[in-house]
Design a protein around this ligand. Structure first.
Ligand code: SAH
Length: 312
């Protein structure tokens, strides 16, 4: 299988907006190359390191299946989007766009150099499967081989989910991972003590990669991975349990669409962790959440991204 790599080089302040655009248009993964993001220093704070860094140019790359017809309008729309950024007081700088065809085999090897061990919270460490890591006694290591799926743990939206997840008592709990990508959140939930994890993604590659990663982490018997389109897929599963914790690191549009389904799915007083929300859409999401009678427990920010912890 071949992919179109759509790479934009631009100033850091506009990078999250472009990453979000690529994701909403169907990019399977996002790569952010930031010379200042030192993510492999154990215990260090990524954000502080970025603030002190002199380099301002980063690159954001999205990946689209080459044969997909829906790809045709993406490039002209992306150009328009970049040209409109200044209207939203974001300066992309002297930015440029580069396209490249990548074969899956080449891609799998080329991205490995950008991914190393990341400590995401007090206890959780994400470690690429090809790197040897000796954890401290209190650390929980999630081994990852992301392949083409989204979610190697370094994206702020994933990190915020992992941090929120770590703060929950998951013992004997049922967790839903809606849009599981690499399975990273499901694996974290299982390793944090969840009894049952149900993971869903509509992308067959994500499902394949999630299953492999679950096996790699020895949680294959706790995490059930399904391929299906949300939300309809959920209501076709027989005997679906109520969820104690629901994870949704998705686009804002999809989050808004599936809020009623998440309410049906969650048990009373269950927790819903919403992530993948770009700041501009926060008010709209808050409004929907409150209108549906949910309580907002926490709002967390990381750059342009926001996550919400909501209680039923
Ligand atoms: N949970 C991972 C991945 C989040 S990316 C993490 O936190 O890092 C969002 C994922 O949702 C992608 O893998 C995408 O394929 C999936 N997705 C997007 N729309 C979907 C839909 N309608 N139904 C099911 N999965 C969907």
């Amino acid at each position: 299988m071949s992919w179109l790599e759509v790479k934009v080089c631009l100033r850091r302040e506009a990078s999250e907006a472009v990453a979000n655009f690529l994701m909403e248009r169907g990019s399977t993964g996002i790569f952010l190359e930031d010379p200042c993001a030192v993510s492999n220093i154990k215990g260090d704070d990524l954000i502080n390191l970025q603030v002190n860094c002199q380099h301002d140019l980063v690159s954001v790359a999205g990946y689209f299946p080459l044969k997909d017809k829906s790809l045709d309008p993406v490039i002209p729309e992306l150009e328009k989007f970049i040209n409109s950024l200044r209207e939203f007081r974001m300066n992309p700088g002297d930015c440029f766009l580069a396209l490249r065809i990548v074969k899956e085999e080449d891609w799998e090897n080329s991205w490995k150099k950008y991914f190393s061990t990341v400590k995401v919270s007090d206890r959780l460490v994400i470690n690429p499967s090809w790197i040897d890591y000796q954890p401290d006694l209190n650390e929980i290591v999630i081994k990852m081989d992301p392949g083409m799926a989204f979610g190697n743990g370094t994206h702020p939206t994933t990190m915020m989910c992992l941090q929120a997840l770590e703060a929950q008592d998951l013992k004997d709990k049922t967790v839903f991972d809606l849009g599981c990508g690499t399975g990273i959140l499901s694996i974290a939930a299982a390793k944090l003590g969840a009894e049952r994890v149900i993971a869903v993604d509509n992308d067959y590659l994500a499902v394949k990669v999630s299953k492999e990663n679950c096996r790699l982490n020895l949680v294959g018997s706790v995490v059930e991975v399904y391929q299906g389109d949300l939300p309809a897929f959920l209501w076709g599963i027989d005997g679906l349990p109520e969820g104690d914790v629901l994870l949704a690191n998705l686009s804002s549009a999809l989050i808004i669409k599936i809020i009623p389904d998440m309410i049906k799915l969650g048990r009373k007083e269950g927790i819903i962790i919403l992530s993948g929300i770009i700041r501009d859409r926060l008010d709209e999401i808050k409004e929907r959440v409150l209108a549906e009678g949910l309580n907002i427990e926490e709002i967390n920010y990381e750059g342009e991204w926001v996550s919400l912890i909501v209680k039923k």
